[in-house]
Design a protein around this ligand. Structure first.
Ligand code: HEC
Ligand code: HEC
Ligand code: HEC
Length: 161
């Protein structure tokens, strides 16, 4: 769990930005529209929930592979609750607005994508690298990133003090 938590604290959503906001884990990971949906998603969404509560054995989870399905365990309504005008805000680049129109056009189709499909690592700045410090994707790096891992843990323990 350390890579997820450390990457969270390195992100603007986790207090690392100028605004200093700290978005709670469940805002992005669990729906709040109604209690039944909340419980259902809690049950189905073992990936994030399990990790949050330290159930089971986190070493048995393939975190790298999960990243490919990241839009499945992120709740877009959570993002939109704050980024209410992501479709119309002219401070967003033309490319961004075009991509957001594309997102909107796929919304109720079977080609639906999520905010996190494009905004990888949002909420967890540097997650991919940090996961590699803990469990390298390629065996070549086994044992070679331990120093990085120590640095992450040192910084995290200072942040959590
Ligand atoms: C509680 C409100 C809140 C929620 C929920 C939230 N954001 Fe943000 N987001 C912000 C604020 C405030 C900033 C500006 C932070 C700063 O710069 O200090 C921001 C910044 C951003 C940025 C620009 C900075 C960056 O990281 O690239 C993107 C993109 C973004 N958010 C996307 C998302 C997505 C996607 C989600 C859902 C997975 C989400 N946000 C959830 C409030 C929120
Ligand atoms: C198809 C890809 C795609 C999807 C899906 C997508 N975005 Fe974006 N978004 C972008 C691009 C590209 C930009 C512009 C980035 C830039 O100009 O640096 C952007 C910009 C943003 C910004 C402004 C960040 C900044 O620093 O300028 C926010 C906030 C944001 N998106 C939120 C969202 C939210 C919330 C969702 C889901 C409702 C979402 N996006 C879905 C591609 C996407
Ligand atoms: C701003 C929204 C946001 C917040 C807040 C947030 N997350 Fe996430 N989380 C995401 C996104 C987006 C991903 C997918 C990132 C990626 O793989 O690029 C993710 C991925 C994860 C994963 C799965 C990693 C994997 O590879 O399988 C876990 C576990 C997780 N988050 C736990 C947490 C915990 C615990 C917190 C609170 C400390 C938290 N998240 C806060 C948006 C958020």
């Amino acid at each position: 769990m350390a890579p997820m938590v450390a990457a969270y604290h390195n992100d603007v959503h986790g207090g690392a930005g100028k605004s200093g906001i700290k978005v709670t884990c469940v805002t992005c990971h669990l729906p709040h529209d109604n209690v039944l949906n909340y419980i259902f998603t809690k049950a189905r969404n073992g990936v994030v929930e399990g990790a949050i509560h330290f159930f089971g054995n986190p070493d048995a989870i393939d975190w790298h592979a999960n990243r490919a399905k990241r839009d499945h365990f992120v709740v877009d309504e959570g993002c939109i609750g704050c980024h209410t005008n992501y479709k119309t805000n002219t401070n967003i680049s033309a490319k961004g607005l075009k991509m957001h129109a594309h997102y909107e056009s796929l919304k109720n189709t079977d080609k639906k994508i999520g905010c996190a499909s494009c905004h990888a690592e949002v909420g967890h700045h540097g997650l991919k690298s940090m996961l590699n410090y803990y469990k390298p994707e390629y065996p070549y790096y086994n044992g070679k990133l331990d120093k990085k891992k120590e640095e992450v843990e040192k910084k995290l323990s200072e942040t959590l003090k």
